[in-house]
Design a binder for this molecule. Structure first.
Ligand code: AHM
Ligand code: MG
Length: 341
């Protein structure tokens, strides 16, 4: 092995190379998607750098505004939203943006318009900012009908219509996980190069996992299938070992672990929040898209999550996602309840 040459790993698969390789499989492609993605990647690098400096730069703290869900906005949320809106508009490839932080959808001005709609949560898990726990950006991409004037209806489409989805996790490393509909790939930011390197090619979620992930503090308000499912995680009926509980409270981090180690992540409906907490367009759909692409499943408690047709841009839905067999179990419990009803 040539150790001197080893230090210069210019043969690594960077995200730019990866996306260009994918693009070259479609000779008719004009590269619009690759350009859009390069702008999203730049946005992620910006936010990553801001998150890393947050404690130092005294960026942490309230910005004195509340977002559409009535929650307090942290400075980093505001900043991340601005970073992504700017990055997406300047790509010249978007026409509608839906952000968790903005009440209304943004229609990109004519001169900068392209054919993609991007739905995103610029900085998810913001309650974790102050204590340095992993947070992330989540995004999903739709394509509008050619030539048509874009309307909000273009994003009120089921998740299965998305052409791509992904997240970037700002954790002990900065990891970008992406799917454009043919599998899931993970890239880790090499801070010395400022490049995302392919570190997790073709991620496949284990068929069954040993971890369940849920906010158990809500247990008193759960419905029967959720209660029964969690009971079975702790006291399996088939003689297998109980599952471990892991809950970070940051969807990107909880889903990332679920994708790599297997198991189930859930944010169910409960008596207080009959639609759960997580937002359909920019939380439930992108994560469900990734799960299915990795061989797992995502379920709302009623239907396949990606079949849901949203009627409002900030709509919420319960979600159960993860390993195929684990989601199968909760589906069976809901089906049994329906059978009784
Ligand atoms: P946010 O978009 O306001 O950050 O809320 C979303 C987060 C998810 O990251 C996480 O899965 C969930 O809220 C945690 O909620 P809870 O604290 O109710 O368990
Ligand atoms: Mg969020």
């Amino acid at each position: 092995m040539d150790h001197a040459a080893d230090a210069y790993r210019t043969d690594l698969m960077t995200i730019t190379r990866f996306v260009l390789n994918e693009q070259s499989k479609y000779p008719e492609s004009r590269g619009d998607f690759s350009i859009l993605l390069s702008h999203i990647v730049l946005g992620c690098k910006f936010v990553c750098s801001a998150v890393n400096k947050a404690g130092l730069a005294k960026l942490i703290g309230l910005a004195g505004e509340t977002n559409v869900q009535g929650e307090e906005q942290k400075k980093l949320d505001v900043l991340s939203n601005e970073v992504f809106v700017k990055a997406l508009v300047s790509s010249g490839r978007t026409c509608i943006l839906v952000s968790e932080e903005d009440e209304e959808a943004t229609f990109v001005e004519h001169s900068k318009r392209g054919k993609y709609c991007v739905v995103f949560d610029p900085l998810d898990g913001s309650s974790n900012i102050d204590c340095g726990v992993s947070i992330g950006t989540i995004f999903g991409i739709y394509l509008v009908k050619d030539g048509a004037e874009p309307t909000v209806g273009d994003v009120l489409k089921p998740g299965k219509n998305m052409v791509a989805a992904g997240y970037c996790m700002y954790g002990s490393s900065c990891t970008l996980v992406l799917s454009s509909g043919s599998g899931v790939n993970g890239f880790t930011l090499d801070p010395s190069l400022g490049e995302f390197i392919l570190t997790h090619p073709d991620i496949r979620i284990p068929k069954k996992g040993k971890i369940y992930s849920v906010n158990e503090g809500n247990a008193k308000n759960w419905d029967e299938p959720t209660r029964k499912y969690v009971e079975r995680c702790k006291f399996p009926q088939d003689g297998s070992s109980p599952k471990s509980l892991r809950y970070i409270g940051s969807m990107v981090a909880d889903v990332h672990r679920t994708l790599l180690y297997g198991g189930i992540f859930m944010y169910p409906a409960d008596k207080k929040s009959p639609n759960g907490k997580l937002r359909v367009l920019y939380e439930v759909f992108p994560m469900s898209f990734l799960m299915e692409q990795a061989g797992g499943q995502a379920f709302t408690g009623n239907i396949r999550a990606l079949d849901l047709v949203p009627t409002k841009i900030h709509q919420r839905s319960p979600v159960f996602l993860g390993s195929y067999d684990d989601v199968e179990e909760i589906k069976a419990l809901y089906a049994a309840q329906e059978g009784k009803a």
